[in-house]
Design a protein around this ligand. Structure first.
Ligand SMILES: Nc1nc2c(ncn2[C@@H]2O[C@H](COP(=O)(O)OP(=O)(O)OP(=O)(O)O)[C@@H](O)[C@H]2O)c(=O)[nH]1
Ligand SMILES: [Mg+2]
Length: 239
């Protein structure tokens, strides 16, 4: 099983010059190839990542996390990888966990493995306002996945074929689309999904992609999309 797995780490990065070098070095020293997708950064993210040992893709415009990820998924498929692991560039995801996550995805034989902050006492602290919606999302995700999902908005994930090719073809770019909605959609399409506990730290530098009010807006949007019907959501997933 493991002999056939060819894994690459995909790091979406937007103005992460302060942290991306250390993240790439840690991944490379762990023995995994890494591609950094510079999402139209105005800083030296791409150069720093390249000099640290990553393959790099530089997008001419900022597409958002989902757009950068899709670009990375496509690169992974075109370069013959059948397993991709997403890892943030801001230092929140610990590269030391990557090999264990790949191993767990293979052991559980799942197409999507989500690293969860809440599956055990991982030490991650989130604000009260962020915790409530996260629980709600987890419930919906659990139903769609057919197995307990405690952290549906986590971006620390392993994706294996044939889901990887599906993601390379179509992947949403809006907030929560690239985490929660793809999880629900993949579960409903019959892909096997699992999770394992991970450590997640506070960001090491830079700024977050969405503040609390934006998170709330997108949460309502995601829930409405689910309630109104999967047709709207499905079109979006495909486009
Ligand atoms: N903010 C932001 N991040 C992006 C974008 N495109 C790619 N990324 C990268 O996507 C990853 C996740 O973004 P974050 O802003 O850290 O999102 P998050 O981890 O959900 O939010 P925090 O927990 O507050 O850090 C990081 O590695 C970013 O560098 C973008 O357009 N905006
Ligand atoms: Mg982050």
């Amino acid at each position: 099983m493991t002999t056939q797995s060819r894994s690459v780490v995909i790091v979406p990065a937007f103005n992460e010059v302060a942290t991306v070098g250390a993240v790439v070095r840690a991944i490379v020293s762990g023995g995994l190839p890494v591609v950094v997708v510079d999402d139209g950064s105005g800083d030296e993210t791409e150069r720093v990542a390249r000099e640290a040992g990553a393959a790099t893709l530089k997008l001419p415009f900022n597409l958002g996390v989902g757009g950068a990820l899709r670009c990375g998924f496509r690169w992974a498929v075109e370069n013959g990888y059948n397993t991709a692991i997403q890892c943030d560039a801001d230092g929140q995801h610990d590269p030391a966990e990557l090999q264990a996550m790949i191993g767990e995805a293979e052991k559980l034989d799942v197409h999507l493995l989500v690293g969860s902050r809440f599956a055990s006492n991982s030490g991650y602290r989130s604000t009260f306002l962020r915790r409530i919606p996260m629980r709600l999302l987890s419930r919906i995700a659990t139903k769609a996945a057919g197995t307990r999902m405690t952290d549906a908005s986590s971006g620390f994930r392993v994706i294996r074929e044939p889901l990887l090719s599906e993601f390379a073809r179509a992947y949403p770019t809006h907030y929560l689309g690239d985490t929660f909605e793809v999880l629900v959609q993949a579960g409903r399409q019959g892909y096997r999904i699992g999770e394992m506990p991970v450590i997640m730290r506070e960001r090491a530098g830079g700024t977050a992609s969405a503040g609390t009010s934006a998170s709330m807006r997108y949460l309502v949007r995601a829930l409405l999309a689910l309630v109104i019907g999967s047709s709207h959501q499905y079109r979006e997933f495909r486009s």
